[in-house]
Ligand binder design. Structure first.
Ligand code: ADE
Length: 841
C-alpha cells in the first residue's frame, strides 16, 4: 500500500489554514523545496492559536521520530517554528495531546530555516492521524516542513483498560511508583479505560523493577504493578479492544519475576472473547497456567496461547502468584483470513519507515505475513532446549579453560582466598568507591576488600618513584596526557607527567575524563569556548541544509550520530577528496551532532575533538570531512563506514569452514583477522608517531567499510551501546577497565604504552571473534583486583587465555603487550612490522 513504502499522498496532508496556495500543506515535506518551500498557516501565528498541519497515515502507525524544518526556499525563506505540539487520533474524531514521559507537551523545533531537527518520541505514538501544531510565545509568521518516522501497527490494539497501577512502599527500599504514566485514555475511579500507555510503548522493564530504562524518571517507572488483595479479587482484569475482528493465536506479557521482593509472573490467566463490541462475552474462556519460577529472577515474556479464537475484544484475568504482579509490555499475535500477521516488537522494528518522503535508501522491507502451522510452541520448545544445551556445553568449555588458566597462573589466590587489591600492607587500605552492587552469590561467597592508593608512599610521587623506578623511566620516554590529545597541549616534562599520574580520579579529573558524547578527551587542559577559534579547525564549514537525515547510527550522553546524505559534498571538497566511489549514488556521511542543551564543557570538548581530528590524516583513522560549527547544533561530518563497528561485525560471524559455507553463515578467514590486526596496528602507529594517546582502543571503536578497510574512531557513542564494557566510578568517570593497563587503572597514567596494552586486548577480541567480553568470568570489581595482581607481579594475575584460533606466536605478541614493565612492551611500529608479514597480499 502506498503509505507503507513511504508515500503519503498530497491529499492526505491537510491544514487548518494556509497563507497562499504555494505554501499549502502539500509543500510541508522535509528536505523538499516545492511550491514556496513549506507549509505556512495564514496570518501571524498568535500564542493562543491552534493552527495545525494534519497527516492521515492511512492506517494505525507506530510513530517513533519526528523531523521538522523551516522554510528555506533556496535562501529566500526565513520562517520557522521554535516549538510545536502534537495531537493524534485513531479515527480523526477524538483527538489526544502527546506528552513526553515527564508530562510536557511542547517539543523544541527549529532555530533557523534550513536545519532539520529530528526528535525521538518518548513515548511513541500509536495513531492514524497526526496534527503538528506550531507554538509561539509572540505573534510571528511560521512555516514548517515535516517528516514522520514509524511503522505499521500490526497489533491492531486500539485501547486497553485496567485497574490503575499502585505504589510499592517497602521499608528500607525506594518507593516504586507502578502506575501507567503515559496512559492516554480516561482515568476514573481507579480505573484506566479507552487508551494506550506504557504497556504498548515498546519498552520492556529490567530484571530489577527499580532500575529504569529512561532517564529522569522514578523507580518502578517501566512497570505497571498491582498488589495482591488490593483489588478485591485474586486477579487483575484487563480488557483489550482491537481495530477489527482478528483471529488470535497468542498474547505475550512481559512480566517481572523478582520473587525475592514478592513479585512473580501470574500463576494463570483466563481470557474471554467478544466477536463485536456490542455483544456478550463468549462463555468459554481460554485458560492458561504458567510454570512458576522462584529460581530465576529475570523479567521475561510469558506467551499465552489464545487458541485461534476470533474476536474484536478480549478480557483477560491475570491471577496473582505472589504479593505483587508487574507488567511492562503486552502484545498480541493475530491473523485474518487464513494468513497471520505476527506483530511483535521485532516485526515492527524491521519495518521502520520514513512516512512522508519516499526514500528507498532508508525503507527496509515491510513485515511480511508470516506463515504459522500451529506447531510454533513445539518448535520454540525444541529450539529453547537446543539453545540451553549449547549454552551448558559452552559454559562447561569456558569453565574448563578458565579453571586451567587459574590453576596455571594463580594457584593459591583465586581458588583459596578472597580476592583483594591490596597494594601495600593491610593496614593502609581504602575503598575504591563504587556504586553499591546488588548482592550476588559470588560476591557474598568471596567478599573482597577494594583497596586504593592511600598508602603514603603512593601519595608521594618520590616515594612511588623509588618503589616503581620504571614509572619514571617510562615517563621520560612516552607522551603523557590525553586521549587523542594533541602534542602541544599534552607535552610536559617527565616530572609533570609523573605528577599527573599520581593516583587520582578526583572529581576534577573525572570531569575532564569524559569527553563529548562520552568520548575520551580526558586530560587536555581546559580551553574556553573563546580560546578555540575557527582558525584552529582546519576543515571547511559545510552548509548544514545540505545534510539530509537518513537514519540514526548511535546515541551517547551528549549527542547523536546520524547517517546523512551530503548533497554536493564531492564538489564542495574538490578533487582528491577522501570519498568512496559513488557510482551515481548519493554521498553518505556520518554526522555527529552535539545536543542542543549540552553544557559548555561538552561544547568545548566537542570543538577540541574537531580540532584534533581535523589534523589526523591516515588511511586507518576515520577522516573528518567537514564541520557545521558556525551555528548550533555543532556537527562534525566524517566518512561513513557501511560495515559498522568491528565488534558487531565479528560477533555475527564464524570462522571459515565448509560447515559455515554450507549454512550460509557469513565467515571470516584467519587471513582476514590478521589483515584487520595489521590495519589497526598501522593506524595506531600513526597516532603514536604524533604522540597521540587514544585511551579507548577496542574493537567497538574500529569501523569497517564494505571492502573491510578498518579505521580507528572514537565517537564515544559506543558507550551507550556497549555500556557493560565501561566501569562507572560513583556515577562519574566511565572507564573501559577490561582494556586498560594496570598503570592506567591504578595510577591514572595513559601513554602510548597503555594503548599498546589495549591493542593486545583488541587482538584478543579479534581472535575470539568478539564472542566474549575480556575476563568475562570476572566482575568489574574482580578485574580491578586482578590489576593489583598485575602490579604486584607475583604470578597471581589472571591473563586472558589464548584464543582457539590464535597462532601461538600471535598470542606471545599479545602477552608482550601486557608486560608489567611499561618500557618492555612493544611499540606500535614493532607490532606492525611483526604482524605485516603474515598478511597474504
Ligand atoms: N557510527 C559512528 N560513526 C560511524 C561512521 N563513521 N560510520 C558508520 N557508523 C558509525
Amino acid at each position: 500500500m502506498p503509505e507503507t513504502d513511504g508515500r503519503i499522498k498530497d491529499h492526505d496532508i491537510t491544514a487548518s489554514s494556509q497563507w497562499y496556495e504555494t505554501t499549502g500543506p502539500q509543500y510541508a515535506r522535509l528536505n523538499r523545496e516545492e511550491g514556496d518551500g513549506a507549509w505556512c498557516p495564514a496570518g501571524l501565528l498568535q500564542p493562543s492559536d491552534t493552527q495545525y498541519l494534519q497527516v492521515d497515515l492511512g492506517q494505525l502507525t507506530f510513530l517513533t521520530v519526528v523531523g521538522t524544518q523551516g522554510r528555506y526556499a533556496r535562501n529566500s525563506g526565513k520562517e520557522f517554528a521554535r516549538m510545536y505540539r502534537l495531537n493524534y487520533s485513531h479515527d480523526g474524531q477524538l483527538w489526544r495531546s502527546w506528552k513526553n514521559r515527564l508530562g510536557n507537551k511542547t517539543m523544541e523545533a527549529n532555530d533557523n530555516a534550513y536545519v532539520s531537527v529530528i526528535k525521538d518520541l518518548h513515548p511513541p505514538i500509536i495513531s492514524r492521524y497526526i496534527r503538528l501544531i506550531p507554538v509561539t510565545k509572540m505573534p510571528t509568521t511560521v512555516c514548517m516542513r515535516l517528516e514522520l518516522y514509524g511503522c505499521p501497527w500490526h497489533d491492531g490494539l486500539t485501547s486497553y483498560s485496567s485497574p490503575e497501577g499502585q505504589l510499592m512502599m517497602p521499608p528500607g527500599y525506594p518507593i516504586a511508583s507502578l502506575n501507567d504514566s503515559t496512559y492516554d485514555g480516561a482515568h476514573e475511579r481507579r480505573k484506566l479505560s479507552g487508551g494506550l500507555g506504557q504497556l504498548t510503548d515498546g519498552v520492556t522493564g529490567q530484571d530489577d523493577f527499580l532500575v529504569t530504562r529512561q532517564y529522569h524518571v522514578w523507580p518502578g517507572y517501566d512497570y505497571v504493578g498491582w498488589r495482591n488483595g488490593s483489588l478485591g479479587s485474586g486477579y487483575v482484569e484487563m480488557e483489550f479492544v482491537f481495530d477489527k475482528q482478528r483471529n488470535f493465536t497468542s498474547m505475550k506479557v512481559h512480566s517481572n519475576n523478582m520473587f525475592y521482593r514478592g513479585v512473580k509472573i501470574f500463576s494463570s490467566v483466563s481470557c474471554s472473547f467478544k466477536p463485536r463490541l456490542i455483544a456478550n462475552w463468549e462463555t468459554e474462556p481460554v485458560e492458561f497456567r504458567t510454570v512458576l519460577d522462584d529460581r530465576n529472577p529475570s523479567a521475561r515474556y510469558v506467551t499465552v496461547p489464545l487458541g485461534r479464537r476470533n474476536a474484536k475484544a478480549l478480557r483477560c484475568r491475570f491471577h496473582f502468584a505472589d504479593v505483587w504482579m508487574m507488567f511492562s509490555e503486552i502484545s498480541f499475535q493475530s491473523g485474518r483470513r487464513g494468513s497471520r500477521e505476527i506483530s511483535t516488537a521485532k516485526a515492527w522494528f524491521t519495518s521502520f519507515l520514513q512516512l512522508l518522503n519516499t526514500s528507498p535508501s532508508v525503507t527496509t522491507p515491510s513485515t511480511k505475513d508470516q506463515p504459522d502451522d500451529g506447531n510454533t510452541p513445539i518448535l520454540i520448545g525444541c529450539l529453547v532446549t537446543i539453545i540451553l544445551l549449547l549454552v551448558v556445553i559452552i559454559f562447561l568449555i569456558l569453565w574448563c579453560q578458565y579453571v586451567c588458566k587459574v590453576l596455571e597462573k594463580a594457584p593459591r589466590r583465586i581458588l583459596e582466598e578472597e580476592v583483594t587489591v591490596r597494594l601495600s600492607s593491610s593496614s593502609d587500605t581504602i575503598i575504591l568507591q563504587t556504586p553499591p552492587v546488588p548482592p550476588r552469590v559470588s560476591q557474598m561467597d568471596h567478599p573482597y576488600e577494594r583497596v586504593f592508593l592511600l598508602d603514603p608512599q603512593y601519595q608521594d610521587p618520590a616515594g612511588l618513584r623509588n618503589k616503581l623506578p620504571e614509572l619514571s623511566r617510562s615517563a621520560e620516554t612516552s607522551a603523557c596526557g590525553g586521549g587523542y590529545a594533541e602534542p602541544d597541549v599534552t607535552q610536559c616534562t617527565p616530572h609533570q607527567c609523573f605528577q599527573s599520574s599520581v593516583p587520582h580520579y578526583a572529581e576534577t579529573d573525572i570531569v575532564s575524563l569524559q569527553g563529548v558524547t562520552g568520548s575520551n578527551m580526558y586530560a587536555v587542559p581546559a580551553l574556553t569556548v573563546d580560546s578555540l577559534t575557527r582558525k584552529d579547525i582546519s576543515v571547511a564549514e559545510f552548509p548544514r541544509h545540505r545534510l539530509l537525515f537518513r537514519e540514526k547510527l548511535g546515541e551517547g550522553q551528549f549527542g547523536e550520530v546520524h547517517l546523512c546524505e551530503a548533497e554536493g559534498l564531492p564538489e564542495f571538497l574538490g578533487e582528491g577528496a577522501p570519498l568512496p566511489d559513488r557510482d551515481g549514488r548519493p554521498v553518505l556521511v556520518a554526522v555527529k551532532q552535539l545536543r542542543a542543551d549540552a553544557t559548555n564543557n561538552a561544547r568545548n570538548d566537542f570543538l577540541k575533538e574537531i580540532k584534533i581530528m581535523s589534523r589526523l590524516n591516515d588511511p586507518n583513522i576515520i577522516q573528518l570531512l567537514c564541520v557545521c560549527v558556525s551555528s548550533d547544533p555543532l556537527c562534525m561530518v566524517t566518512e561513513y563506514m557501511d560495515n559498522g563497528d568491528l565488534n558487531m561485525f565479528l560477533s555475527q560471524r564464524e570462522m571459515e569452514s565448509t560447515l559455515t559455507h554450507a549454512n550460509n553463515i557469513p565467515a571470516v578467514s584467519l587471513s582476514d583477522l590478521l589483515h584487520m590486526s595489521v590495519q589497526i596496528s598501522s593506524g595506531m602507529r600513526y597516532l603514536a608517531s604524533l604522540n597521540f594517546v587514544h585511551r579507548d582502543l577496542a574493537t567497538r571503536n574500529c569501523l569497517l567499510d564494505r571492502r573491510l578497510t578498518i579505521k580507528i574512531a572514537d565517537f564515544g557513542m559506543s558507550r551507550n551501546l556497549y555500556s557493560s564494557d565501561y566501569y562507572r566510578i560513583q556515577g562519574r568517570a566511565v572507564l573501559p577497565i577490561r582494556w586498560m593497563a594496570w598503570e592506567s587503572i591504578l595510577l591514572g597514567k595513559f601513554t602510548t604504552a597503555s594503548d599498546v596494552w589495549a591493542f593486545g586486548v583488541t587482538l584478543w577480541e579479534i581472535f575470539t571473534l568478539c564472542k566474549e567480553q575480556p575476563y568475562s568470568l570476572l566482575s568489574d570489581e574482580q578485574v580491578i583486583e586482578n590489576t593489583g595482581e598485575f602490579f604486584r607481579n607475583q604470578g597471581r594475575q589472571i591473563f586472558l587465555y589464548a584464543p582457539l584460533l590464535c597462532p601461538p606466536s600471535l598470542f606471545e605478541l599479545m602477552m608482550r603487550c601486557w608486560d608489567r614493565d611499561i618500557a618492555d612492551r612493544p611499540t606500535f611500529e614493532g607490532l606492525y612490522q611483526a604482524l605485516r608479514p603474515h598478511v597474504v597480499q
